[in-house]
Design a protein around this ligand. Sequence first.
Ligand code: FAD
Ligand code: NDP
Length: 576
Amino acid sequence: KHSEMNAAERVAQLLKDYRVVIFSKSYCPFCVKVKALFDSLHVEYKALELDLIGEDGVAIQQTLFEKTKQKTVPNVFVNGKHVGGCDATIQAHQDGRLAELLSGVQYDYDLIVIGGGSGGLAASKEAASFGKKVAVCDFVVPSPQGTTWGLGGTCVNVGCIPKKLMHKAAIIGEDLKDARAFGWDVPEQVVHNWTNMVDEIQNYVKSLNFGYRKVLKENTVTYLNAYAQFVDAHTVKVTDKKNNVQHITARDFIIAVGGRPRYPDIPGAKEYGITSDDLFSLKYHPGKCLIVGASYIALECAGFLHAVGIDCTIMVRSILLRGFDQQLAEMIGDHMMGHGMKFIRPCVPTKIEKISDGEPGFGKMDSGEIVEGEYNTILFAVGRSACTHNIGLDNIGVKLNPSNGKIIVDKEERTSVNNIYAIGDVIDGKLELTPVAIQAGKLLAQRLYKNQTVLTDYVNVPTTVFTPLEYGFVGVSEEDAVASYGKDDIEVYHSFYQPLEYALTDRDNNKCYGKLVCVKSKGERVVGFHVLGPNAGEVTQGFALGVKLGAKKSDFADLIGIHPTTAEVGLHKDSG
Ligand code: FAD
Ligand code: NDP
């Protein structure tokens, strides 16, 4: 009967008749290896030794090439699906696809990414570029004030992008004060229009939302504007805005759901307070503001709000910028105070009431003293909580750190469930920064689908706090360096400096500052780079490469500066 069939028909018949077909050659060691794999799995297979069937073997090999673009043997098929050669079959065994093919289970997608923010979008595009079938679920639960936004996650909609643009509005305002000294005939009193700024920024953000949707489409990634919850380790229930529900399946999942702002547990917080989720699209002028919190978000927001003419008070529970070098953190505080921002510290809010309906808001100082103030807007920036509480993780056993609800992952970003990974703000013990989430997403997709092994390096990640005087930083704070190496092994080089751009008006009078923290026993290797001044983010980005590559103080000293820039400033030994 075989002799009556042509090669293509014979291949088709074999694939129909047998669950596993191995097109093989009797002398080929790779064919032996692949057969041994199936033997070890106790899976029966049909092996056709092409070298033992004369001309038919040559014709079949040609047919296989036309069908699979694979010339070599072994050429393995499971349940009619082409698996590939020896390496591909072993890889499929290792990543679980072989078991899936053998069981006959078909998933809707190779990968479902939950969360279309910085990390999720990067991972999904990368996975799709390797030919994988990918879906992204992204859904924004409205803030307590009802604010929502489009595709792109925190950074694009309520984080880095609108924040940096408002910071730019602040810089323009400051520059306008200096403009006369540079010959510009600007009026003494220039007025800022809050709603115009918000409209322009929101238009730009909407163009980015549109761009992200387009990019997903171009990369053949399915975008589902729906909230995802795990039903089992391979299935999520997705619910859209209109409450339409569907169940979709995938072999792998990446959780990239990020975080949302926290509220203090005090009366009136959610009813009357706002957070960064609301601020960047606020349709009305915020008026007199109280900002609660003292980290990145609080100080950045206070900085730009003040610079666009808003009366700002910052309520600080303990220290400024926990985790950062405290010398620079206090310099930022002093600079902000010098510019008219008010600080209440140490103090926490205890109650917020609507003035027209009752008493003004209260705060309690550490000393127990009650302070009372009236504000038009209270902005909470008291940290963010990972969005892990309502996504069905308890159904599938993904382990969380009980103290903060973040997902515990290994160095490959795999959770406690084999086919489920997590990246970005939602993972425990890592930095909450956009470029970190993007890098983790890209590298994870490359490891999953391109046989790569490179892990995300979470050490020496540069960052910048966009306060009125920007603070760029890479490495460790002086406090952490002393704790790790001991005070005697640390040498600090530093300098105050005045940027040329501030010279004509003597703006901020020598308030800019640079500091290198070096380890003596490592030949003065720089372990902490800190700079306070204009464009600190741009300055730090370049120097971060040096710090990452192990630069020493002498390397910094040998590098000839670019003149005139702020980055060229020379540092001297701390005599104190
Ligand atoms: P996100 O970008 O938060 O994306 C998660 C997405 O998942 C969101 O769209 C969310 O709605 C969605 N989602 C959640 N649950 C579900 C679900 N169950 N189903 C479907 N979708 C879901 N970083 C910097 O590097 N530089 C900065 O200058 C900077 N400034 C910031 C300023 C502010 C005010 C804030 C708040 C953050 C800032 N960050 C900054 C941090 C940065 O925005 C985050 O680190 C980054 O966005 C994290 O990316 P991610 O992919 O982990 O999560
Ligand atoms: P953080 O968790 O870093 O800081 C929270 C702040 O709120 C701290 O000052 C904390 O004080 C204070 N706080 C907490 N609870 C209370 C309370 N009940 N009452 C009063 N104060 C309270 O959060 P952020 O929201 O500032 O930032 C989150 C992350 O977002 C950052 O870690 C960062 O990675 C990222 N981000 C990055 C930016 C950038 O790159 N430029 C900008 C903005 C955010 P205490 O010190 O006493 O605990």
